[in-house]
Design a protein. Structure first.
Length: 310
């Protein structure tokens, strides 16, 4: 819904030109941006990451771009920094929303205010009320993570002909988003993970996005994905990582580089967050048509599905 309103409804209403690609291709996209002298680019974070590190961005004129709109996932701080370096003076706007809560669930804000945050304390322009709660649906303290609850005039009434899911989606009039967030002392909101994608390691919660952010900041990594798999021997989940390595890494050097990257990541996180499931090279990350990472399609997840069918 956010894509429809932000990319198809609002632009013609304000008299803007819209460029639509029949099939997305990052190289053609960059060339088109330069050709039409685009002023506003709307992308999901995974495509922004591909965009900012593509060599073609150094060869074309993108000085017309003054605004970048990001939604669908969290824009990593390191990507924000690279975008600021590439496009001097650009406004980078981070949005957060979900279809069940209306188009703009939280007020969009400039990501440069606090790189990596998804919303600022300024709630002007939105009627949304928020709470962040623990497993017992009690409010958490600033800095602690919990599920985001929403209350707003734009929240949906329920799922058609599905009373069970509708009842599970609400608590005392508050919509349960299923998203794990935290709020800092300044009132900025930080997205952690979808509850169902959190990795449970011996009672501890591990957010795949945290490990993906560290992996993605390595100079030899072009893309990263992390998920959990159940280790029957240890009877717990383990984080396992996949990376798209830079073409500069020779095939006979991949194993050594992967070991070095894994050691480098493990040295920056708590012991239970380490990539004990290993780190593997993959040709491309599985993504849906909008560019969102599909962790369910990673090799280990596909193997688990095949095993379950046997």
């Amino acid at each position: 819904m956010m894509g429809v309103l932000g990319a198809l409804v609002v632009p013609p209403y304000v008299g803007s030109y819209i460029g639509i690609m029949r099939q997305f291709n990052i190289e053609l996209y960059i060339k088109a941006c330069a050709k039409v002298k685009a002023t506003v680019l709307k992308m999901v974070p995974t495509i922004m990451a591909d965009f900012v590190q593509h060599p073609l961005t150094q060869d074309v004129d993108l000085t017309s771009v003054d605004t970048l709109l990001s939604a669908g996932a969290t824009l990593k701080p390191e990507v924000v920094a690279k975008l600021q370096k590439l496009l001097r003076g650009v406004n980078i706007i981070q949005g957060y929303g979900m279809s069940e809560a209306g188009v703009s669930t939280l007020p969009a804000h400039k990501s440069v205010e606090k790189k990596g945050s998804i919303s600022s304390p300024d709630n002007n322009g939105t009627a949304s009320q928020i709470r962040i709660v623990d497993e017992n649906l009690q409010d958490v303290q600033p800095g602690q993570s919990g599920e985001l609850l929403l209350r707003s005039p734009t929240v949906f009434m329920g799922y058609k002909n599905n009373k069970k899911d509708t009842e599970e989606s609400f608590h005392d009039g508050w919509l349960r988003t299923g998203d794990v967030l935290s709020i800092d002392s300044d009132g900025f909101l930080w997205f952690s993970e979808r509850k169902k994608e959190m990795i449970k390691v011996k009672g501890n919660q591990v957010a795949p996005s945290e490990l993906e952010g560290i992996l993605g900041s390595h100079d030899l990594v072009l893309g990263a994905a992390v998920c959990g798999y159940f280790d029957d021997t240890r009877q717990t989940e383990r984080p396992i990582g996949y990376v798209v390595l830079s073409p500069s890494v020779a095939p006979n050097e991949r194993d050594r580089v992967l070991d070095e990257i894994r050691t480098w990541v493990d040295g920056q996180v708590a012991p239970y967050k380490r990539l004990r499931g290993g780190l593997h090279s993959i040709g491309a990350l599985p993504k849906n048509p909008t560019g969102k990472l599909m962790r369910s399609q990673l090799p280990i997840k596909l193997a688990e599905k095949r095993k379950a069918r046997i």
